[in-house]
Design a protein around this ligand. Sequence first.
Ligand code: APR
Ligand code: ZN
Length: 359
Amino acid sequence: MKALIVSAAGEQPRIADVVLPPVGPGEVRVRIRAAGVCHSDLSMVNGTLAPSYPLVLGHEAAGVVIEVGPEGAGGPVAVGDHVVLNWAPPCRECWHCTHGEPWLCAEGGRPSVPRGHLATGEATHVTLGLGALAEEVVVPSHAVVPVPADIPADVAALLGCAVLTATGAVNRTAEVRAGQSVVVIGLGGVGLAALIAARSAGADPVIGVDLNEAKRDLAVAAGATHFLVSDDTTAKGVRALTGGRGADHAIECAGRAVTIGTAWRATRRGGQVTVVGMGARNDMVSLSALDIFHSARTLRSSVYGSSDPDRDLPALAAAVHDGTVDLTPLITDRISLEAAPDAFDRMSRGLGARSVVLF
Ligand code: APR
Ligand code: ZN
């Protein structure tokens, strides 16, 4: 099958023929219908996440189950089921899983897992246990979540990463309430999904912030009441829009120390910063000890939206299905697998929202 791979950190992604292993006990084979290009894939390409190579990219996807492994029969998924892939399937047995925090399970979210091989025989690895920018995946059956068949595949794909992450960050981690003020910093697929979630929660104002002025129209389409171009006056601009105090919530979706600093200064005394973006190991945040005390702010991160995909993905899918939430503003490019390398290039320049590969 064809897959988008990267051979080594810093190399251009390219299409290659990859041979997947047979479907084993407790596994399923899924034919991918649509897969999004997420910033975490870019972090795999440029080596920020230090995965193993050669690596099949992709972890945000929807498809159809085409084969169920020997012991999978009678399990929760069957051939023909439409599914969204889950890149952090919890083990349900570890301390975090048994204490209501399955999103912190150590089993889920490994950057790369060995699976399959190239035509040359060289072993390949798959991103986050999935490798979903590919015609097919072979994954554990608990890494797929059934969704209604009549949700458009491109939208369904985004549920698995950007939307679950951002919606969970707003509703579950930050617990944004109607009437609260929210600033979202970094408006890629994740940040735009956070704007949609904040608006749905009844937040007002909802302020979008990005380096790139071209994100203004996307922000407004996603429900932002205001848009600010990110610079060293951003926090001041947010305070001006929130009674001089600062926002109740900042949702940081750029994954950078500088934007975490902006998020901190843009929130009010007693406000809350929720870090959604995954930053680099050596990108250090500097906060004043006095300010930490005096501002009484909370700084939290949100891993996979503090969500349990088995519970929360079907709920999101239902909201898409009944029209309660419209995710189409997130998708700016529908492309072929051959065009995916260009999508990485556009993302690294901060252009567009999500590019989704349709198979
Ligand atoms: N100020 C404001 N916006 C910024 C800044 C900054 N200093 N730096 C980058 N951005 C914006 C970019 O212009 C871009 O619009 O952040 C956005 C990031 O969007 P994408 O690259 O599309 O990333 P996305 O897939 O949305 O992921 C965001 O979440 O899952 C993590 O690893 C992922 O850290 C990444 C974050
Ligand atoms: Zn992702």
